[in-house]
Write a protein that binds this ligand. Structure first.
Ligand code: SAH
Length: 369
């Protein structure tokens, strides 16, 4: 028998040996969020020396344009004196630092902002504090959205929902069964199995998908994501505001196994090194939109990232940056908007209060407009 691949693999192997296989969601929750060995608890995973790079880390243009987008939404809300600016999973605080710099361009907006960062990782909270030290806004950190005080709200989340635990269901001839993580042959590693009984989770699947998926198909549900989207929807029903959810995933609920691991910028076996590789799944935007609208918000989109950033004037912003001597601007622009890079796979879903007129994803005045 070999040693467990990681300390967390040892803990999970003992748990499974004692109590039986666990859901993919339990495995993912432990691998990412275990208090001592969880991937996000112990490290800063971002950047060239980390495991993956995100849009705000590629270029300042991303956060700036989101800031400009938010300023327009704030004006549509009637320019309230106080707005709760909420970011879910702010990473290194880069998006928010760029956002707040751009927000200064709109008189009154920055003064109205109370910033609330929802972040469970202590190392990343420290990074956020550093990144925003000069921002001139009051910041509160919270473990979850429920802890953010009431009030008019603008919320942004970039690559947050893809990190929330998913359950996987598989269709067998008699119905949908839960996909589980069990011990493999040598009882140190892991493998997927399927629960013998049918899963009640089928009730959470998109109705069309539930009926039409072929035998053998795998479908995913993200209970934590649906709960958070529902909570955002309830807040937007109660008070004015908007939310912008940015992630990679599908516009419509579809069958498929998107559970994946990335380590040092390369794909990795998701069951191989729990706690030491980033685990994600594609975001089902249709399901998130449904959860928010059932709670009373209005959903817009999703639209593709390339189209959204182009409508906001990213090309004009890139020109200005180049003229001021910034380097590698064209490469960053391509990564963000090209359909073969992040431009098409990444999408934006906007959620708004029913009182807000029009779509916040329509043509907007950008840096060029
Ligand atoms: N938005 C950032 C970081 C994306 S990585 C960027 O675009 O660069 C995912 C972020 O979500 C990290 O900050 C991570 O610590 C945080 N996170 C993951 N799961 C979380 C949870 N359940 N609650 C709060 N924050 C979480």
């Amino acid at each position: 028998m070999t040693a467990p691949a990681t300390p967390l693999a040892g803990l999970l192997a003992r748990r499974i040996a004692a109590n039986g296989p666990i859901t993919v969601a339990d495995y993912m929750a432990e691998a990412l969020g275990h208090p001592t060995h969880g991937y996000y608890r112990s490290r800063d995973p971002l950047g060239a020396r980390g495991d993956f790079t995100t849009a705000p880390e590629i270029s300042q243009m991303f956060g700036e344009l989101i800031g400009l987008w938010a300023a327009v939404v704030w004006q549509q809300m009637g320019s309230p004196d106080l707005v709760r600016l909420v970011e879910l999973g702010p990473g290194r605080g880069t998006l928010m630092a760029d956002f707040l710099r751009a927000a200064r361009m709109v008189p009154g907006f920055k003064q109205a902002i109370r910033l609330h960062l929802v972040e469970t990782s202590r190392p990343l909270r420290d990074r956020q504090k550093q990144a925003l030290a000069e921002s001139g806004v009051t910041i509160g950190w919270h473990d979850d959205l429920a802890a953010v005080p009431d009030g008019p709200m603008i919320l942004v989340a970039n690559e947050f929902f893809d990190a929330l635990p998913i359950r996987q269901l598989q269709r067998l001839p008699g119905g949908w069964h839960e996909r589980l993580v069990d011990l493999d042959e040598d009882r140190m590693g892991f493998r997927f199995v399927v629960s013998p009984g049918r899963s009640a989770g089928a009730a959470l699947l998109d109705p069309v998908l539930r009926e039409s998926a072929p035998v053998g198909a795998i479908a995913e549900i993200c209970p934590a994501g649906l709960a958070i989207s529902g909570a955002i929807g309830a807040r937007l029903k109660a008070e004015d505001g908007a939310a912008l959810l940015i992630d990679y995933g599908t516009a419509r609920s579809a069958a498929g196994d998107s559970f994946q691991a990335v380590k040092a910028h390369k794909y990795h076996d998701p069951l191989a090194d729990p706690g030491e590789a980033d685990l994600t799944a594609h975001v089902d935007f249709q399901a998130l939109a449904r959860a928010a609208t059932e709670a009373g918000a209005v959903a817009h989109g999703p639209v593709e990232q390339g189209a959204f950033l182009t409508a906001l004037g990213i090309e004009a912003r890139a020109e200005t940056l180049k003229q001021s001597g910034a380097r590698d601007v064209d490469a960053a622009l391509r990564r963000l908007i090209d359909a073969r890079e992040m431009g098409s796979l990444f999408k934006l879903l906007a959620l708004t209060s029913p009182t807000l007129d029009g779509s916040p994803l329509g043509p907007l005045p950008g840096f060029g407009g």
